[in-house]
Design a protein. Structure first.
Length: 319
């Protein structure tokens, strides 16, 4: 019988270490390239900003900052651009984001000095920070702390009063957004819908606050069970508001919604129907082929068709 070759303990240890390193450095749960594809969707004529909606087998990956400790990208943020225009100050997007979104007051910043010089603007920012602190769950993903509903209720009545006061349209839009958001987060869904309709319902201007408020109306409608109208509004946001496109997508995804035929009954144009089909087709468990066929009948040249086609090709490669 052939004898097994004996290796030194050092050699065996090195082999074991190599195996462990190979396993440790291999693809993980959130690695998009864990299953390489022969077809790259970026080679097609997909819409600008479509990369986050390419197919990936990593269904649990949300792309938010919950998983990775990284600085958010504020480049071109429409809210920050609005603040800079309103105050007549030009600063970097990162400096504006640190002040407006993250509450980092820098007395040397021209934006900070400008906003402090206008009491109405500063009062709004202080109120918005209180709302954010009260309504956003703290702690960690595993041990969250509950929202402070008492402060949220107090802030809700404050912003309603501020909406009715004689203020600049820029600030009134922001107070209206905060009121609609608070109504939605306090699960007063009828109030959220009514507030949106009262303040933004007849407006057609491209105000970013109108779209940011619309996403709360759409969420309130889903909570109320009106998936058709809610789905239609989310598709409208997906199509027209890049800064809330991800939230519109996740609002359907987290509820496990797929194609919503009733949403098509609210569409006023072929472009809106394309938006409904697109938002539904990019959901993880949706079969996109029937929706592609419907999209092709409406507009065979829409770039969203190639986005869905690329997803379906990658799905077949992964099968």
């Amino acid at each position: 019988m052939p004898r097994c070759r004996k290796y030194s303990p050092l050699y065996n240890s090195l082999i074991l270490l190599a195996v462990l390193l190979t396993l440790a450095c291999g693809p993980g749960l959130y690695d998009d390239n864990e299953f390489p594809a022969m077809f790259m969707p970026s080679s097609g004529r997909t819409p600008a900003g479509a990369e986050p909606y390419y197919y990936s087998p990593a269904f649990l990956y949300t792309g938010f900052y919950d998983y990775w400790d990284q600085e958010p990208d504020y480049a071109g943020d429409p809210v920050l651009e609005g603040w800079k225009k309103f105050l007549g100050v030009e600063v970097s997007d990162s400096a504006a984001g640190a002040l407006i979104y993250r509450g980092k007051d820098d007395e040397a910043s021209p934006l900070y000095r400008a906003i402090r010089s206008r009491p109405a603007a500063w009062n709004y920012l202080v109120t918005a920070r209180r709302i954010q602190d009260a309504s956003a769950a703290g702690g960690t993903l595993w041990e969250p702390t509950p929202a402070d509903t008492a402060v949220m209720t107090s802030c809700y009545h404050e912003v309603l009063d501020s909406m009715g006061s004689d203020q600049d349209r820029f600030l009134k839009d922001k107070y209206a957004f905060q009121a609609i958001k608070l109504a939605h987060r306090r699960r007063h869904v009828d109030s959220a819908v009514a507030l949106y309709d009262r303040y933004f319902g007849k407006r057609t201007d491209p105000s970013v606050m109108r779209y940011w408020s619309l996403i709360h109306k759409a969420g309130a409608l889903l909570t109320r069970g009106d998936t058709s109208r809610g789905g239609y509004l989310f598709s409208h946001i997906y199509q027209d508001c890049p800064s809330r496109r991800r939230q519109a997508y996740m609002s359907l995804r987290l509820r496990g919604l797929r194609f919503i035929p009733g949403a098509l009954t609210y569409c006023h144009s072929d472009a809106e129907k394309i938006a409904v089909y697109t938002l539904c087709a990019i959901q993880p468990w949706q079969d996109g082929l029937p929706l592609m066929e419907a999209m092709a009948r409406i507009d065979p040249n829409t770039p969203y068709l190639e986005l869905i086609m690329g997803r379906e090709i990658n799905k077949n490669e992964d099968a």
